[in-house]
Design a protein around this ligand. Structure first.
Ligand code: C2E
Ligand code: CA
Ligand code: CA
Length: 805
């Protein structure tokens, strides 16, 4: 049943190998940058030499920036991958532009403006802008569209300010040709847009990607400064390569390289969490607008009538209107989301208790008024606690999400599936009881496939209870109906039923009887209330501490010779009133509260103590203890057992283990190791309850075992049902081929006893041969009373009448 580990987070191929190389390249880039700055500022180089050194140094910094950015894109997923891919395209454009520019400068001395290099350079702002819009992947209540509009508002305002203060006077004094004008304007303009989008993105970013975003913004800011200075110097014809402003591009490239490597580091975010953006994101876009308004108000009116001012002002008006519209729309959506969240479980998205109660209340009204039938299914996962304890809460959460998905597929569109808490689910089905049963059966079937979580394959079983509100009970209340579904579910859990249990009044009675047994006269309300469980748990803990749990031993007989070949230790909890609780009544609590380890230890040591007493009395009989599969994954177990055997002066053959567990957690590798080790030490291993679990056949194939114990549900019907007998025969054949001993459990009558012998089963156990007895009666059983033939052997007196414990 086990599959190879599934990685939930795809590993970045070769990331480990590229990072050391990346750090070397980064160091190289820093060195180039420092040398570059020194050369530019020192004034050592002049003329064409400076130009060439400057151009090549910028190229030398641009190439690693492209490489880092591409590496980041390769190692990331989803939007972040797209973002870094856009950034790579932008940087590539800029690098090509720089290469063309270098060719111009080397060959023509005075590069043309505008030129094809400008087209390549301008790919950079487009790529950077796209990257910034894609990057902030955190879930905020504000949309990317709003982020973009904020950027436009800020950019428009900044443009207006720079236009009326610097650019307009400048271009008026020395206007180049139309294309040149547009292109030289495009640099500062695009930088303003990028900077504003980066600013807004930064303000809104909250998560782990912030560092790389800060670095990227710093890089783009350096670019923007250099670009604007370049536009200004070109317009005044005073730019040549080697100018101080070139440091801006060099620093920009360096920052972007570091940002790209920082992007490697940030890991996948587990769940979408709802992050509220800071106040800055609310007021930030309006600040430049206010500044633009103030600056514009201070200008003479004719200056404001120039075309760029009018165009940008109109764009601003439209954008502000659009942003307001979006904000209102998003707020409405937000209110709807909040209202929705109040009624849904945040983890699974299923209805929560409030919504479920509301729908149930409504359906109950219809039931009362119009006699419409409805049903509630209570679904609870068996052993969910084990998953949380062994595999961690995140895997537990993933499991709950998976369960919710499966439950959703079991119902019709109008039915309500709710998570009421923990691993407790409820389904409201409106309609006749056929529909409800159908849904219930589907729920049971939905768990036949294992869940694959974080590489672990888990077979979970639900306990499903069904309660119907039919037309003959118009007075039934919603609470009563829920309680009934719970009672039915608990009954399913108790009997480990793999089918839907439909509520019947006897169940209520049984629950009450059970509760009386557990709690005495102060019994809690039916269905094991929380207070009751806590009380029971306290008593159980005390019983474990005080070693008040005891063991009963049930003999196993060789069906050919009639001799006792071993005994099985079965746990008992004697009560103050003289009654004795069977393991099924308290083991679930033991497991749920992590007490299994101490119980197992106590069982092993008590069983070995008894075995050594029997030995001293001259009876050499192996004792089998029951262990849950999860304990088998405990690598310390073999050593503990060996030590316990040594402490009691017993050989390994004195002990056998029976593995009992429905849920076989997937630590199979470890389980196999532990089993191998136990076997190497000479301890026999049996698979218990064979035939009652889903994956039993694969256990036979995969695990090193000696014995198979056929479940009593398998054996009970063989006398009456030929097909059941045929199955047993086949399993016996299979076991022989695999060289395993077959033990039949739960043989209760002579007819079955005769049949299992005929079918070739090796060892028998059951009330017919012998009931569980206290330790001190075991030697008598083996040596005395029963002689060679156990009671209940065909032709002798059945042992079923023997009073056992
Ligand atoms: P199991 O290992 O399958 O044990 C056999 C159960 O079947 C015992 O119930 C036994 O009393 C009962 N039984 C034996 N012969 C017959 C028969 O002819 N007919 C019927 N109807 N039942 C028969 P018990 O003692 O109540 O134990 C129930 C389960 O509790 C065990 O099933 C085992 O899974 C678990 N268990 C018992 N002791 C321990 C323990 O020390 N550790 C662990 N981990 N589990 C234990
Ligand atoms: Ca057993
Ligand atoms: Ca069994």
């Amino acid at each position: 049943m086990l599959t190879p580990a599934v990685n939930m987070v795809p590993a970045a191929d070769g990331e480990g190998a590229t990072m050391p190389k990346a750090s070397r390249v980064a160091v190289g880039a820093v060195v180039v940058f420092v040398v570059f700055v020194v050369v530019i500022l020192s004034g050592w180089l002049h003329g064409p030499t400076l130009t060439v050194v400057d151009d090549f140094a910028l190229l030398a910094l641009a190439i690693p920036a492209v490489a880092f950015s591409a590496l980041a894109a390769r190692s990331l997923w989803g939007r972040r991958r797209l973002a870094w891919a856009s950034m790579t395209v932008g940087l590539l454009g800029w690098t090509v532009g720089e290469a063309i520019w270098t060719v111009y400068e080397v060959h023509l001395h005075q590069p043309p403006f505008p030129s094809i290099a400008d087209v390549a350079f301008l790919v950079m702002p487009v790529g950077a802008c796209a990257a910034l819009l894609l990057l902030p992947a955190e879930h905020t209540s504000q949309s990317r569209a709003r982020l973009f509009l904020d950027g436009v508002i800020m950019a428009g305002s900044l443009f207006l300010v720079s236009w009326v203060t610097i650019l307009h006077p400048l271009y008026q004094s020395d206007a180049p040709d139309q294309l040149g004008f547009v292109i030289s304007l495009a640099y500062p303009l695009s930088d303003i847009v990028i900077l504003t989008v980066a600013g807004v993105a930064l303000v809104r970013s909250t998560g782990q990607h912030r560092l790389s975003l800060i670095l990227l913004t710093a890089g783009l800011a350096c670019f923007a400064l250099a670009d604007s200075a370049f536009a200004y110097l070109t317009a005044t014809d005073s730019y040549s390569s080697g100018n101080v402003i070139d440091i801006g591009w060099a620093a920009g490239l360096l920052f972007i390289s570091v940002a790209a490597s920082a992007a490697h580091e940030s890991k996948r975010k587990r769940r979408n969490s709802f992050v509220l953006p800071g106040w800055a994101s609310v007021w930030l876009p309006y600040t430049p607008l206010l500044v633009a308004g103030v600056v514009a108000a201070a200008q003479p009116v004719p200056d404001l009538k120039s075309r760029p001012v009018l165009i940008v002002a109109s764009i601003l008006v439209v954008t502000v209107l659009g942003r307001q519209f979006l904000a209102v729309k998003e707020n409405r959506l937000l209110v709807a989301t909040v209202a929705d969240q109040a009624l849904h479980d945040p983890l699974t998205g299923l209805a929560n208790r409030a919504l479920f109660s509301d729908r149930l209340g409504h359906a109950m009204h219809l039931h009362e008024r119009e006699g419409l039938s409805l049903a509630v299914l209570a679904v609870d996962l068996n052993e969910f606690k084990l998953v949380n304890d062994h595999l961690g809460h995140l895997v537990g959460d993933d499991l709950l999400v998976g369960v919710a998905q499966r439950l959703r597929h079991c119902v019709r569109p109008g039915d309500t599936v709710a998570r009421l808490g923990g691993d407790e689910f409820s389904i409201l089905v409106e309609g006749g009881n056929d529909v409800a049963e159908l849904v219930g059966n589907r729920v049971v079937e939905a768990f036949e496939e294992p869940f694959v979580l974080n590489g672990h394959e888990l077979l979970m079983r639900p306990s499903v209870g069904l309660a119907l509100a039919e037309s003959d009970e118009p007075d039934l209340t919603a609470d009563e109906l829920l309680q009934r579904a719970d009672t039915a579910m608990y009954s399913a859990k108790r009997s480990r039923a793999r089918v839907v249990q439909t509520y019947s009044p006897e169940m209520q009675l049984l629950t009450e009887v059970d509760d009386k047994m557990l709690f005495g006269p102060t019994a809690p309300p039916p269905g094991l209330g929380a207070a009751g469980s806590i009380q029971l748990l306290g008593r159980l803990r005390a019983a474990i501490d005080e070693a008040a749990l005891t063991l009963a031993y049930q003999p196993k007989f060789d069906l050919q010779t009639g001799r006792i070949v071993g005994v099985e230790a079965l746990l008992r909890w004697p009560q103050p009133d003289g009654s004795v609780l069977a393991p099924e009544a308290f083991l679930p609590l033991v497991r749920r509260h992590g007490l299994m380890g101490s119980v197992t230890q106590m069982v092993i040591s008590r069983a070995l103590e008894d075995a050594s007493k029997w030995r001293r009395a001259g009876v050499d009989i192996p004792v089998a203890v029951n262990l849950f599969a999860p304990s088998m994954a405990n690598v310390g177990l073999p050593a503990t057992i060996t030590q316990a055997l040594a402490d009691h002066g017993l050989p390994p053959s004195a002990l056998a283990v029976e593995i009992t567990e429905e849920l076989f957690l997937d630590s199979t590798e470890r389980t196999r190791l532990v089993l191998n080790e136990l076997r190497r030490n000479g301890i026999r291993i049996a698979i218990d309850d064979f035939g009652s679990g889903y994956s039993a056949l694969s256990y036979l194939r995969d695990l090193p075992i000696d014995e198979v114990k056929l479940d009593r549900s398998f054996i009970a019907p063989i006398a009456a049902d030929d097909r059941a007998a045929a199955v047993v025969r086949a399993v016996v054949g299979l076991a022989h081929v695999l060289d395993l001993t077959v033990v039949v459990e739960g043989v209760e009558d002579a007819e079955t006893a005769a049949l299992v012998r005929e079918l070739g089963c090796g060892v028998g156990q059951g009330y017919f041969y012998g009931v569980p007895v206290p330790a001190d009666q075991v030697p008598g059983l083996v040596t005395g009373g029963l002689g060679g033939l156990p009671s209940g052997w065909p032709g002798s007196t059945p042992g079923a009448g023997v009073k056992g414990c």
